[in-house]
Ligand binder design. Structure first.
Ligand SMILES: Nc1ncnc2c1ncn2[C@@H]1O[C@H](COP(=O)(O)OP(=O)(O)OP(=O)(O)O)[C@@H](O)[C@H]1O
Ligand SMILES: [Mg+2]
Length: 249
């Protein structure tokens, strides 16, 4: 599998609180290197606060890093994003704040297309169908939908521009267990040619969706394991996640 994204020696520190003039910084990412193959679904796991979302925001161009490089199809990430508008998107945990509560669902889904100057309205019924929602939902507002329905809307919006890379950052974490399964099945059905980075605390969800799992610990990638290698995990964070998941015992 050729590399779609190559992350090399990524480092990022954050300023510690302590007043405006404080220059003390705390490292979050120390030395993070990994590759995502073209069309691969890769999971990124690790303890809370370890820097998983920081990695996703840096990949998406929402946050700067201090050092290291990110190549997408061999091109520096900022240039790739500029040359491929809409080809990278994301679904986050908090579906309530991901969209304007006053907008109709149709407008929420169509907005990324409209921003690109594409005819958007006609695409909405097809996008709703792709995430398992009825066309009439387009007229509703976010408060008229369940959490699971709203997360489907966020996924429809994220795939509207036909992205080639999607980050799912804890995209199923705040949903009920039965709804989580539905959404995981929906995401699995979208895979096709798209490249996925699936960020989660839930090793079972990761194993359901992704043939390879990365474990972030202490500011770098502690391990990269395929499903068949999980039983031989050596890093503490991988062992703890595996031991907490019943089917792996
Ligand atoms: N905007 C911010 N300003 C200051 N510190 C931040 C900011 N965002 C995150 N942090 C800090 O950076 C570190 C990494 O946070 P990050 O959100 O990347 O972790 P995470 O692995 O995604 O955690 P979780 O599993 O809880 O989502 C944490 O210590 C967090 O408190
Ligand atoms: Mg996070």
């Amino acid at each position: 599998m050729s590399a779609f994204i190559q992350v090399s020696h990524l480092a990022k520190s954050r300023r510690l609180p302590g007043g405006f003039f404080s220059n003390r910084r705390r490292p979050v990412l120390r030395d993070v290197s990994f590759e995502i193959g073209r069309g691969e679904a890769l999971a990124l796991l690790g303890p809370s606060g370890e820097g998983k979302s920081t990695i996703s925001r840096i990949l998406l161009g929402l946050e700067e890093h201090d050092s290291g490089s990110i190549l997408i199809e061999g091109v520096e990430a900022p240039r790739w994003r500029k040359e491929h508008p809409g080809e990278m998107s994301a679904v986050f945990q908090d579906y309530t704040s991901s969209s304007d509560p006053r907008w109709s669902i149709g407008r929420i889904i169509a907005e990324p297309l409209a921003v690109r100057g594409e005819k958007a309205d006609k695409a909405v019924p097809g996008l709703l169908a792709r995430v398992g929602l009825a066309a009439e939902i387009a007229r509703r507002r976010p408060h008229e939908l369940s959490g699971g329905q709203m997360q489907r809307v966020c996924i429809a919006r994220a795939i509207s521009t036909r992205p080639r890379f999607i980050v799912f950052d804890e995209a199923v974490s705040s949903l009920d267990a039965s709804v989580q399964t539905d959404i995981l099945e929906l995401i699995a059905g979208l895979k096709g040619d798209m490249t996925f980075l699936f960020i989660t605390h839930d090793i079972q969800a990761a194993a359901f969706l992704c043939p390879r799992l990365l474990f972030l610990e202490g500011g770098s990638i502690a391990e990269s394991l395929t499903l068949s290698e999980l039983r031989n995990a050596r890093s503490r964070c991988a062992r703890e996640l595996i031991d907490s998941a019943l089917p792996f015992r």
